[in-house]
Design a protein. Sequence first.
Length: 381
Amino acid sequence: LQSLTNLTYLYLYNNQISDITPLQSLTNLTSLYVDFTPQQEALIEASRHSWESLANSTEPINRPKAAAAVKDAYQALDLEAPEITFCSSPNGAFAQLQMLKESLKETELSKRLYKQVKDALHPFSLTALPEELWDLIIWESQLEQQFNADFSNYENYSKSIVTPKYLFQAVAVAELCVSASGIILKPEGQKAFECLNQLLAECGWIFAFENVCYLCSRPTKLSLDSEYRLHAEGEPALEFSDGYKLYSYHGVTLPEKYGQVHPNNWQAQWLLEEENAELRRVLIQRIGYAKICQELQATELDCWKEYALLRIDADIDGFNPDDFEDDEDAPKKEDIYLLKMTCPSTGHIHALRVPPDVESAKEAIRWVNWDIDSEEFSVQT
């Protein structure tokens, strides 16, 4: 393979190749996919915990070490050492940027450092890492989306923002090549690799401009669910020392009026007042239809034994017509029809959504139970 110097795509799946170092001669490669050996997978898994602890750290930064890491990174790109301003949160850095009268020149610090590393490792830096690695830092995308919504000029600074998420990705790719694949990093990329490692180890968010740098503290609190999304119940999922916080329910950012209330105490009445479609979906999911029927006083249309067909005369569905370019494509607003089931032994109420064209409790039971006739169906407790 090493003689195929014009090769651009290479897929090395389902084979016993473990040493890919001879492929360094394939300088025209743009895509490289390989199988990892069990030893390489074990090394990736071991490194994963180290990367995760750094990317999701809530430890206070050591300001002298963080400043030294930033200055080394600037020096590696032949840039003058910047004047460093420490901020308690990225939100605090954005607030300071809004007050500046003159524009700042971008450095693309992390992108340029990573390019040096990738070029030095090419073509091995093209190797695709396991997708689940990126899940470890998915929560940071939610924070970026929030800043994009809060600050209209967010995109103006995006090329100069260095986030732990980006550093994590750069370091992970480089370490995979160096450690797992046994590739020797070329000298021109070694310094850049060390800089990226130090920035990840010592810093939070960095706003790196020519001559000026805003260096942010890490969050003091970070709460994630099993899928690494921001999540907390009745308290902030993310918080910084200056008081900036985000409430979140399984990756959906909540306004404080919902976030500071435990989900067990969320009220169905909020559905009548909430205009945001995504928030309505979250509220419906967590409150549940049983509680919604009780609190919104659903109308009973029909009943049979322990079952009742109910209608809620309210628009609580989780879609927004503005999300659709053509009015004809938008779902039609309709009343909510539910089949309420009361357990005869415990008295617990359960409710399931049924189509609006269902006309009786028996028909709703058939629909819920895959067309099994209600006469053949007994309540399961």
